[in-house]
Design a protein around this ligand. Structure first.
Ligand code: SAH
Length: 218
């Protein structure tokens, strides 16, 4: 677990999340210590407190804060876990995970986004995050097994490589569905088998890779 350095925090966002019924105090504290604006492009920073996805370049978005809260709660982190994150994006969700888990391994397919988020997260003083540029649908075999995994892009199927890299008794959280709408889904590994639980509807940018969607044609 890590505590960010010199962050101004995010009180308005926490008030909003509470008003939406978010009660988990560890997740609220972790989100309250980080300023979401820091992860946005300069011209979008005034929108940091709106509960919507915002463009961060490369056609990608920073997730809605309410969804970040729900996914973080579903991961049920206690501070000891090794977590795989697919879709580093802005690095905002990564910053929340790094405060709630022991180690975070985050994969992003866009080099520019990975490098940018790394700069921000290093600047906040996090030392328990490892970054990789590549196809996260294949997981991170050298760092497995993981206690938890989170995919922050819309998956058409449960990526089997990631499931295999989960420890027995572990679970992953992902938006599962078609390109337009998905449902936040928890997939547990029980005696080697998948046990799936479907949650709220959501909308993410597509997960693109070997066990995701095909690369869009230019
Ligand atoms: N959690 C991020 C969400 C970013 S959007 C945030 O709040 O900022 C989803 C990200 O997943 C995008 O940056 C996209 O480039 C990335 N992505 C899509 N498919 C991927 C894959 N196969 N491997 C790694 N990253 C992927």
């Amino acid at each position: 677990m890590a505590t960010p350095r010199e962050s101004s925090g995010d009180a308005p966002l926490i008030r909003f999340l509470r008003s939406r019924g978010v009660k988990d105090s560890r997740v609220l504290d972790a989100m309250g210590r980080i300023s979401r604006a820091r992860f946005l492009p300069t011209n979008e920073q005034d929108q940091a407190h709106e509960d919507k996805a915002i463009g961060i370049g490369c056609d990608q978005t920073i997730s809605q804060p309410f969804i970040v809260a729900v996914m973080s709660i579903e991961l049920a982190l206690t501070g000891t876990e090794r977590v795989l994150e697919v879709g580093t994006g802005s690095g905002y969700q990564t910053a929340i995970l790094a405060q709630l888990a022991n180690d975070v391994f985050t994969v992003e397919r866009h080099r520019m986004l990975s490098l940018r988020s790394r700069g921000i997260l290093d600047g906040l003083g996090f030392t328990n995050i490892s970054f990789r540029i590549g196809d996260g649908t294949l997981g991170w075999p050298e760092a497995a097994p993981f206690d938890r995994a989170i995919i922050t892009a819309a998956a058409p199927i449960v990526p089997i490589s990631i499931f295999k890299q989960l420890r027995e008794g572990g679970h992953m959280v992902l938006p599962l569905g078609d390109a337009e709408t998905q449902h936040l889904t928890v997939v547990r590994k029980r005696e080697g088998k998948m046990v799936t639980q479907t949650g709220i509807a959501c909308r993410f940018v597509p997960l693109i890779g070997e066990q995701g969607w095909n690369e869009p044609k230019a």
